[in-house]
Design a protein. Structure first.
Length: 379
């Protein structure tokens, strides 16, 4: 039988969207294990960011969004990344600090979509909640491995919410962590962290910020402090000379977590320099006070070696390249373990010039397959 033309093969591949449900993502994690999955994302981010630093890969555009005051304050954002000639990844994500207490939902809820760059067809759709948490922790591990003391054993967590779990998990994959000091504006969050990270087998203690500043080798700040409500680390704290800080929570215009004097004494490395000046810790700094980007450090580890042993800050605002790479890893795992559903979500009429023309038998087949799959899930 003669081989189908290339355009026809492309059409067949783009007829369906690969959908990974929440259950599929959970199965993906269970299939390879939390540690192995985190390791893969850390390695993939290191490689991808190094390519950006070498000029071989484009940095994602800045994200855009809507601020929301009522009924629950927060923001809704869209984060695009394009791999020219291959794909476009787009994350739609909501940040709603009142979600856990008011609705029992995560503070960060999102969905990540993958599109074919040639045709615009939707090729994959996946939950963004776990993906965001994993890639944010992985990014901190990438930065910390470059800048923190290699024998770092004490981690401080300012903010004990969902992000603290993956921040800590990622750091344990690259450092010999033994002790964790945590604080949260909500004491119940700090008190419950030990149970949530019990799988790591660490000594977790609730401590005040001054003690965390004095004893930690690495500190992660991941709080929901309101705009203008920082800093969350005391300005008069005494820090260890080699302290490295992963500043995660500055994700809105006017929202910062770190004291200005600390930033001016540190080498501040942003993930996305332009975006960080708009809504990260770098909002507080002049351009000449901002150091090498994370991509530049990944591309030139020797430059990072020269900074190790002094006060350093990773200004993590989050970028769509990280989502793109984490999604890549999850899709690879899903393929390895035959997870997800192939659905015809898009309307592809038989006559591309007539939107009312029938779509053929594909829709009926997809509907039947989806119905059967749902029936299996319910059993």
């Amino acid at each position: 039988m003669p081989e189908a033309p290339a355009d026809e093969k492309l059409w067949e591949r783009l007829m369906e969207t690969w959908v990974l449900s929440e259950r599929d993502v959970t199965r993906a994690v269970e299939s390879v294990g939390r540690d192995a999955l985190m390791d893969r994302v850390i390695d993939r981010l290191t490689e991808g960011l190094a390519e950006v630093g070498r000029g071989r890969r484009a940095l994602s555009p800045q994200r855009g969004g809507f601020n929301r005051e009522e009924p629950v304050p927060g923001i809704w954002e869209w984060m695009p990344h394009r791999e020219a000639g291959d794909s476009i990844t787009l994350k739609a994500v909501g940040y709603s600090p009142a979600n856990p207490g008011r609705f029992g939902l995560p503070t960060i809820i999102g969905t990540v979509a993958r599109f074919d760059d040639t045709t615009g067809s939707l090729t994959a759709l996946i939950d963004g909640v776990l993906l965001t948490a994993i890639r944010t922790g992985a990014a901190s591990a990438v930065a910390s491995r470059l800048l923190a003391a290699p024998d770092s054993r004490v981690v401080g967590l300012i903010g004990s919410g969902a992000q603290s779990v993956t921040q800590l998990h990622a750091l344990t994959r690259v450092f010999p962590v033994e002790r964790v000091l945590t604080w949260d504006a909500d004491p119940s969050h700090a008190a419950s962290l030990a149970d949530r990270v019990a799988f790591l087998g660490l000594d977790v203690q609730v401590a005040e910020p001054h003690r965390i500043a004095a004893e930690a080798d690495i500190i992660c700040t991941a709080t929901t402090v309101p705009v203008g409500g920082g800093p969350v680390l005391p300005a008069d704290a005494v820090f260890r000379p080699h302290l490295h800080i992963n500043a995660i929570g500055a994700d809105l215009v006017g929202k910062t977590e770190l004291p200005l004097d600390l930033l001016r004494r540190a080498h501040v490395s942003p993930d996305h320099p332009e975006q960080a000046r708009h809504e990260g810790e770098c909002q507080q700094l002049e351009p000449h006070e901002i150091g090498l980007s994370l991509g530049e450090l990944c591309a030139d580890p020797a430059a990072a070696d020269a900074l190790r042993g002094r006060l350093t800050v990773f200004d993590s605002t989050g970028l769509a390249l990280e989502d793109h790479l984490a999604m890549e890893v999850l899709l690879e795992v899903a393929a390895e373990h035959d997870l997800g559903l192939r659905l015809q979500i898009e309307h592809h009429p038989a006559d591309a010039l007539d939107p009312y023309s029938p779509t053929g038998t594909h829709a009926d087949a997809d509907t039947a397959a989806h119905t059967a799959a749902m029936a299996v899930d319910r059993t």
